[in-house]
Write a protein that binds this ligand. Structure first.
Ligand code: GDP
Ligand code: MN
Length: 382
């Protein structure tokens, strides 16, 4: 579960990381008031769970509270689109924080390195908005340090990493401290990732987290009642949030072919087939095992909440899930949801014949194989 920047900064400050003062606002008046309290020199930042907010126009500096408030008022309710998130996200809150004077921008993150069964600290002198580019073009500019969770960090390792990154003298011991704070925070909050980009070095030589992104392992949420209450609030996508409430595995992907299947593997395979046929999947959705008509309908409803969807591919391999139950759900969905899109269904296995019989004479196009289904729906959505 990703936390918003303001939540991430709160969390990090509990571990001693220096963060700028600031508060969240949900409207122009609140934003103006916070900006006034901070003296007018503020940065207004969209609180959406995606990277690249700066380039998307979601981060702006001000020297006057009224202008900051006006910008915040205009930003709230708008959709921000970035390279990292082409589908975009609506801004519901902004963070109004004191502006940090930035002399240099560094990159610091800690994440779970599953292959190494360790944590991985990444540090670079070249932080800021181009870190992806740095990683691609000059990976040597990013210093990597694995941390064994059983042993923790030794001082000399941290010092070596900081020196290898080539940070100026003024930043070195502060960065060493920040690395230890981040590792401690990662372990104690069951974080999957903590990223500070940029870590700002101010002209008077102080290190401060100008941005923060924390992602907590959802399976450990029961240990943190604090974060639990923010779970729905920090959902990345409104449809994904709704899916989570309904207990349905759904991931939005941005394409135009809506996909519903049973079993994660079958759904992944369907996504591949749609891609191979030249289409773009709109979503991953697993109706789950033994789905009844009601659940199928609920899944259709979710898929159709995405305006990009121009057609539907249904791929069911009956086992515990019965083909005729799925067919019933599809038909119920069709009549109650007013579905007016091309739909191709491939139903195999238990109850397939009964299911297909139910769909006969309707607008739903049958397909004998997964490939055929993918090709048909891609052709129909063109
Ligand atoms: P992101 O684009 O979503 O990662 O959002 P950031 O919070 O990192 O903001 C983007 C960029 O805006 C940063 O890389 C900084 O260059 C700049 N920025 C953000 N906060 C401040 C600030 O307090 N002072 C200054 N001078 N620049 C800032
Ligand atoms: Mn950033």
């Amino acid at each position: 579960m990703k936390l918003h920047e303001y939540q991430s900064k709160d969390l990090l400050s509990r571990f001693g990381v220096a963060v700028p003062r600031g508060e969240v606002a949900t409207n122009r008046e609140e934003a103006t008031k916070i900006a006034e309290e901070l003296g007018g020199n503020v940065v207004v930042k969209a609180q959406v769970l995606m990277g690249g907010r700066g380039k998307a126009g979601g981060v702006k500096l001000f020297t006057n509270a009224a202008e900051a408030g006006e910008f915040a008022g205009n930003l709230i309710g708008k959709k921000l689109v970035s390279i990292q998130n082409p589908a975009g996200m609506i801004v519901e809150k902004v963070l109004v924080g004191e502006t940090v004077d930035i002399a240099e921008e560094y990159y610091l993150s800690v994440l779970l390195d599953r292959a190494a069964q360790k944590l991985l600290v990444m540090l670079s002198k070249e932080g800021g908005m181009e870190i992806e580019q740095v990683a691609e073009e000059r990976p040597e500019a990013i210093v990597r340090l694995n941390v064994d969770p059983a042993w923790g960090l030794c001082d000399f390792e941290v010092r070596d990493a900081v020196l290898a990154a080539g940070l100026p003298k003024a930043a070195q011991s502060q960065m060493a401290k920040m690395i230890k704070q981040l590792v401690k925070a990662t372990i104690e909050t069951d974080a999957e990732m903590i990223e500070i980009n940029p870590v700002a070095l101010t002209p008077d030589g102080k290190l401060i987290a100008a941005d923060a992104k924390v992602s907590i392992d959802e399976n450990a949420l029961f240990r943190y009642p604090d974060f639990q209450s923010t779970q729905s609030d920090s959902a990345e996508d409104p449809i994904e949030a709704e899916a989570a409430r309904r207990g349905i595995a759904y991931v939005r992907l941005g394409g135009e072919v809506g996909i519903m299947g049973n079993g994660a593997g079958l759904v992944m395979c369907s996504l591949d087939e749609v891609n191979a046929a030249g289409g773009k999947p709109a979503n991953f959705l697993d109706v789950g095992g033994g789905a009844k008509a009601e659940r199928v309908k609920s899944c259709l409803e979710l898929i159709l909440m995405d305006d990009n969807v121009k057609g539907l591919l249904i791929n069911i391999f009956g086992g515990i899930t019965r083909g005729e139950e799925v067919a019933k759900g599809i038909l119920e969905g069709f009549s109650s949801l007013n579905i007016d899109l091309p739909v191709v269904a491939r139903i195999e296995g238990t109850g397939a014949a009964e299911g297909l019989a139910l769909l006969e004479g309707t607008k739903i196009v049958p397909a004998a194989t997964m490939q055929e289904a993918a090709q048909k729906i891609v052709a129909l959505t063109r």
